[in-house]
Ligand binder design. Structure first.
Ligand SMILES: [Zn+2]
Length: 253
């Protein structure tokens, strides 16, 4: 079900345990070879595939929110970003909008790493505010955390998502190869953590001169198709869990 196509009486008639899904992504630099809308294009495709499956009839999808928290990329032209606190408020108001109308299962499906911490914080704060509401499920899932593609995508070099990397470049190659620039001279940028196990505040420029992190040279359209299939399948599996939840148990099914 598409919120953007419904009337208010149509929404009013829905079961309030219907999960409401907010896809959230970004518009930010993706190296020298990928478009700035990469995260929104990729999440849009994952969600499009989810919507083509039967689960979509039991879920209410809001339109994709393309403005994300991308301040760490602001040194690169073209990046647009909501300040972290503005973004927290934006996420809160999206969720508040459907909570006010009685919906109890709110799921953010995320397609940008910089959104993860604000998402978790916004949902944590909302749960405290609505602590007297039983059966309220507020969750966020970053799509590449829904699955471990290592076993289902042959030949993957990277073990985890990077930025404008093997994974993202493969998926854009699958969808829109005309948007992928020259990659032959691109050097891989290691995905190593800095000062682990500490969590370090960082800006992209100090990790990558050109903006990518990972190895875009290893990308192929075939890997991209396999990645899309894996991610869409596991996002669907997660939504099935949200639908099947009994409204009480901690772990869900
Ligand atoms: Zn990205």
């Amino acid at each position: 079900m598409e919120l953007s196509e419904m009337t208010w009486p149509g929404v009013a008639a829905l079961d309030r345990d219907t999960p409401v899904v907010f896809p959230v992504a970004a518009l930010e630099q993706h190296g020298r070879h990928l478009p700035v809308f990469t995260d929104s294009i990729l999440l849009g495709e994952v969600v499009r595939r989810v919507k083509s499956l039967p689960v979509a009839g039991r879920v209410l999808f809001a339109p994709l929110q393309w403005l994300g928290n991308s301040h760490h990329h602001l040194d690169f032209p073209g990046t647009l970003s909501a300040s972290p606190r503005v973004y927290l408020d934006l996420l809160r108001d999206l969720a508040e909008g459907v909570i006010a109308h009685g919906f109890r299962r709110v799921v953010f499906v995320n397609g940008h790493g910089g959104n993860s911490v604000p998402l978790q914080q916004a949902l944590f704060e909302l749960r405290q505010k609505y602590r007297d509401r039983p059966g309220l499920l507020l969750a966020s899932l970053t799509y590449w955390d829904a699955a471990d593609p290592a076993g289902s995508v042959p030949g993957l070099v990277q073990r985890q998502m990077g930025h404008a990397c093997e994974w993202e470049t493969s998926m854009i190659l699958r969808l829109a190869p005309h948007l992928v620039g020259e990659r032959s001279a691109i050097e891989p940028v290691p995905q190593t953590a800095s000062f682990a196990p500490a969590s370090r505040g960082w800006i992209t420029r100090e990790r990558s001169e050109h903006g990518h992190i990972g190895d875009p040279r290893a990308a192929t359209a075939e890997k991209g198709e396999a990645l899309f299939r894996t991610f869409a399948r596991d996002v669907v599996a997660f939504l099935e869990r949200v639908i099947a939840w009994d409204g009480r148990s901690w772990e869900g099914s």
